[in-house]
Design a protein around this ligand. Sequence first.
Ligand code: ATP
Length: 234
Amino acid sequence: MILELDAVSAGYRRLEILHELTLGVQEGEIVSIIGANGAGKTTTLRAVAGLISTSKGSISFKGEPVHNTRPDKLVRSGLVHVSQDRALFGNLQVLENLTMGAYTQPRNTIASSLEQVFDLFPILKERRAQRADTMSGGQQQMLAIGRALMARPACLTLDEPSIGLAPNLVAQVLDAITRIRDTGVTVLIVEQNASQALAISDRAYVMESGAIVLEGTGSELADSAEVRKAYLGM
Ligand code: ATP
């Protein structure tokens, strides 16, 4: 496992949201976490990204304990998070946002990273001189993912990458995620859009009230009567 959460409890002040949550991601997989609003999916990624501290259990990345490690240190070790709000520098150009993503990288690697990102999202190349906050929602999501890739992650965590996007853009973003996985980057993704997430996932977890209640391959869960009823509206 490249990323492992073992009986992790975490939350906000005295409010515990994650209750001894256990899950793992193998190198080269896309793993998704699906579940209802408020289940704790975002909180899970925030704990992994070092944005909130854990009170119990352990998180390990490449075999090393990383819970309660500073976010920038995690980025340097190859664990890079894309938050739901994308956190772009709105007043900066697309190219400037991408370059900022490479702040942990040697300067002489930036050009080849940029080329890879532009291959994946040609629109970012076309719009490289445009201000980030004037891009559409889908383009901003591509930019947020592209900026994360500039840090050359071994593992990318994505919080609801399809939120607020038109259906054709959802398909484009999810397709890009599979191409990112195919380049060897491990992906952990949290999605409200369960059917689309399961379709691209090697494995997935269903989360309820701060714990995992089901796990399986993407297709096992997509076929499960319980998942179909509760999360796929069938
Ligand atoms: P959603 O898809 O709605 O974002 P989620 O599964 O990602 O749902 P979380 O955002 O992790 O769920 O929220 C889990 C619980 O934690 C919710 O009850 C939420 O109100 C609470 N919570 C989230 N952020 C905070 C915060 N900063 N302070 C206090 N409680 C919070």
